[in-house]
Design a protein around this ligand. Structure first.
Ligand code: SAH
Length: 265
C-alpha cells in the first residue's frame, strides 16, 4: 500500500507531517507533497487547499505522479442532519456534488457522462477508517482533547456516523439550505467542499478512497464562530489519532499474520 493522505487545512496536516519517518518534500503544481512513512506505512501527505477543483487536482497528482494506491481524506465538515453534532465523526459511504446541476440535460446531481450522482467510497477502506474512529473515541478521546476545549465546544459523547457526504464550492451557513439538501439527498450526514471531487477522481482512476470528517459546525449562522480554534484543538487531534489507529491496524494485521505463519497455521 502507498497511502495518499489529503487534508484541506494546514492545521490538520501538520501533526501527520511531524509524525512521518524520514520524510522528504517535493513541490509540484503549487503544492508541497511529503513522502515518507507513517507508522510503518508508506505514505504521501499533502494539503489540497479548499474546494472541489483543488481537491480533484491533488488526488489526481497523488495517483499519477506519486503512484499512491489508496487515498484517505481527513477534514472538517458541517452537519447535514439534525442527528449529527459538533465533535461527531462522519465516514463517507458515498459522496455527491450538491452544486452539480446540468438539468434538464441530465438529472440534478448527476455528473454528466458518468451516469452517476453518488460516487462510492471504498467499503473496505472506509470500514477500517470507521473502526479507527470508534477506537479513537473509545480509547483516545478523553486524553487527546483538553477538558476546556471539550467544554467550550460542548463535546460530551461524540459518535461515528456512516452515510452520504455532499460537497460543493460553497461554505454552508444557512439552515434552510441544509434542510432542503437533506430532503433532496436521503441519508445526508455532512456537507463540505472537497470529498466528492476526490471520490470522482478516484472512481475514474480506479483507486480506493475513504473520507473522514470531524463535524465542526451545524451549517448555520454560527458556522464560522471559533472555526480555527476548533480545527486546531479538536479536528487536528481527531485526524492525527484516527489516522494513527488506521495505520497501526495494518501493523496489527501484519503481526497476526506473521505469528500465524511462524506457528504454521
Ligand atoms: N472560515 C474558514 C473557511 C474554511 S472553508 C477560514 O476562514 O479559514 C471550510 C472548510 O471546512 C472546507 O475545507 C470545507 O470542506 C469544510 N467545512 C466545514 N464546515 C463547512 C460548511 N458548513 N460548509 C462547507 N464546508 C465546510
Amino acid at each position: 500500500m502507498l497511502l495518499g493522505i489529503i487534508s484541506a487545512l494546514a492545521e490538520e496536516q501538520q501533526g501527520l507531517v511531524e509524525a512521518m519517518q524520514s520524510p522528504y518534500k517535493l513541490v509540484h503544481g503549487q503544492r508541497t507533497y511529503w513522502v515518507g512513512q507513517l507508522w510503518e506505512i508508506d505514505a504521501v501527505c499533502v494539503l489540497s487547499r479548499i474546494g472541489k477543483v483543488a481537491a480533484a487536482v491533488t488526488a489526481t497528482t497523488l495517483v499519477e505522479k506519486f503512484g499512491v494506491t489508496h487515498i484517505l481524506f481527513t477534514g472538517v465538515a458541517g452537519a447535514g442532519d439534525k442527528s449529527v453534532r459538533v465533535g461527531d465523526i462522519v465516514v463517507a459511504e458515498s459522496l455527491v456534488q450538491h452544486d452539480m446541476d446540468a438539468s434538464p440535460l441530465f438529472p440534478r446531481f448527476e455528473v454528466p457522462l458518468t451516469g452517476l450522482t453518488h460516487f462510492p467510497a471504498d467499503h473496505h477502506l472506509s470500514t477500517r477508517l470507521a473502526d479507527a474512529a470508534y477506537a479513537f473515541l473509545d480509547e483516545d478521546f478523553a486524553a487527546a482533547i483538553a477538558p476546556q476545549e471539550r467544554a467550550a465546544f460542548g463535546l460530551t459523547r461524540p459518535r461515528v456516523h456512516r452515510g452520504l457526504i455532499a460537497s460543493g464550492d460553497q461554505f454552508m451557513d444557512d439552515p434552510a439550505h441544509i434542510n432542503r439538501l437533506n430532503a433532496d439527498l436521503p441519508g445526508l450526514v455532512a456537507v463540505e467542499m472537497e470529498g466528492a471531487a476526490v471520490a470522482q477522481a478516484c472512481y475514474e482512476l480506479a483507486i480506493p478512497c475513504a473520507v473522514m470528517r470531524t463535524i465542526s459546525d451545524n451549517a448555520n449562522e454560527n458556522a464560522a464562530t471559533d472555526f480555527l480554534r476548533f480545527v486546531k484543538s479538536v479536528a487536528a487531534q481527531y485526524a492525527f489519532y484516527v489516522v494513527r489507529r488506521f495505520c497501526r491496524q495494518d501493523e496489527e494485521t501484519v503481526k497476526i499474520q506473521a505469528s500465524r505463519e511462524s506457528a504454521g497455521t
